[in-house]
Design a protein around this ligand. Structure first.
Ligand SMILES: [Fe+2]
Length: 411
């Protein structure tokens, strides 16, 4: 059977949990990235294609390099004693979130929501992977990313997934809303977008540590208001109305602009590419180390043990990165991204009006700044493609500006 028809057959039954033959493409060189048009880009490595020079030499399941890394991960991968909250432990979850820059909460999705999100994630991934690969490669790598790693957000020509009912259905859940309201100190936070990231089995490289959102170190009146709402005591400099230094630091530390929930479609194991989060790094003013300087403890600081249906609620300033998936299972973490109540109202209108109308009253309120007008389809929505040039062309055809988009809140 020709390689391309074998790939299509695999995709027909693709699921984002359980064993699969998808991935492990030995014909896609380790650390190879492609440009906007799909040409291998060996020297120019924009964005998320930073090479992992410690990666196994080949993308082969039982290659000795892979076996060595697998042994190491089996013995050492995962944060020791990671705390996993129940959804009703709202205050505890918020406390851990503020301390660590993230918190894992189990059962954010009930069985029905998990099944829905798995279905939506698999459908979107099929669209990304069905584009025929170059030469003998099974798939097209996403522009500017390492092989076998994709972002639902950046692979969508609208840059978001809120045109999909499966993503929209997750913005306001009885399990997530109380925790988000506790973190933001108000019900007036907002949805900014939705996407998420995934890696196929055989993503043998570590993604470099990064932050999704930089701290601007500004305290507006409304951010100060949020600080009071979450119980920060405002102490002022002597003889002034200005908050003192310790107070300003607390406001910056505990009032993030963006919080993302990534939902686990499968159990995160030592082997299947659990996301790594660096404890406490949401408050750090320095940059994360480049891959060559990253100590092993950071590479092993992963969320092993988070079960399917759990979510990691994370401060987007916290250092994080994806890790090798040496298993036979796709590791998919679709997400919803929330903005603080003190953010402005200017955001891309990526949710069609008809989808917005299906939401709960609070869901409608959350999506107030990103819903399109009735009858206006968000440019690019519905087109999934690994290549930047194809996405830009599609968005332009559909009436958008087709501008270049970078960044990855996803993973
Ligand atoms: Fe990220």
């Amino acid at each position: 059977m020709a390689e391309s028809s074998r790939v299509l057959e695999e995709l027909e039954t693709l699921e984002v949990y359980g064993d699969t033959t998808v991935g492990w493409d030995a014909h896609t060189p380790v650390n190879e990235t492609v440009d906007e048009e799909g040409n291998p880009a060996s020297d120019r490595r924009p964005g998320f294609g930073v090479p992992d020079l410690r990666a196994p030499s080949q993308r082969v399941y039982d290659h000795p390099d892979v076996e060595r890394l697998r042994d190491h991960l089996r013995r050492n991968n995962g944060i020791q004693g990671i705390e996993i909250c129940n959804p009703d432990e709202v205050e505890r979850a918020a406390r851990i979130f503020r301390r660590d820059g993230f918190v894992v909460v189990r059962d954010l999705l009930d069985e029905e929501h998990l099944a829905t999100f798995r279905r939506g994630s698999a459908k979107a991934l099929r669209q990304i992977l069905e584009v025929p690969g170059l030469g003998k490669r099974k798939y097209v790598t996403e522009s500017g990313r390492l092989p076998h790693r994709y972002s639902y957000g950046t692979a969508s020509a609208s840059r978001q997934m809120l045109h999909e009912a499966e993503w929209a259905a997750m913005v306001d859940l009885p399990t997530t809303t109380p925790i988000l309201a506790e973190i933001f100190g108000s019900m007036d936070y907002m949805v900014l977008g939705a996407g998420g990231d995934l890696c196929l089995p055989g993503a043998v490289e570590y993604q470099h540590l990064h932050v999704d959102v930089q701290e601007a170190n500004q305290i507006s009146e409304r951010r100060l208001e949020t600080a009071k709402n979450i119980g920060i005591e405002i102490r002022t400099e002597e003889g002034s109305d200005e908050p003192d230094l310790a107070t300003r630091r607390r406001i910056i530390d505990f009032c993030p602009a963006v919080v993302t929930i990534n939902f686990a479609m499968c159990d995160l194991t030592w082997e299947n590419g659990p996301i790594r989060q660096i404890l406490g790094s949401h408050t750090w003013q320095m940059r994360p180390p480049p891959p060559e300087d990253e100590p092993d403890w950071m590479r092993l600081s992963t969320l092993v043990g988070a079960p399917a249906g759990a979510g990691v609620i994370r401060d987007n300033r916290a250092w994080h990165g994806a890790t090798p998936n040496l298993s036979r299972e796709i590791r998919s973490l679709p997400n919803v991204e929330y903005g603080a109540p003190w953010l402005g109202s200017q955001h891309k209108k990526t949710m069609p009006h008809a989808i917005w109308e299906t939401l709960t009253p609070h869901g409608k309120h959350l999506c107030r700044h990103i819903k399109a007008e009735p009858g206006v389809w968000p440019p690019g929505a519905g087109v999934m493609h690994p290549l930047g040039a194809e996405r830009r062309a599609a968005a332009k055809r559909m009436g958008g500006s087709g501008e270049r988009r970078h960044g990855s809140p996803g993973g």
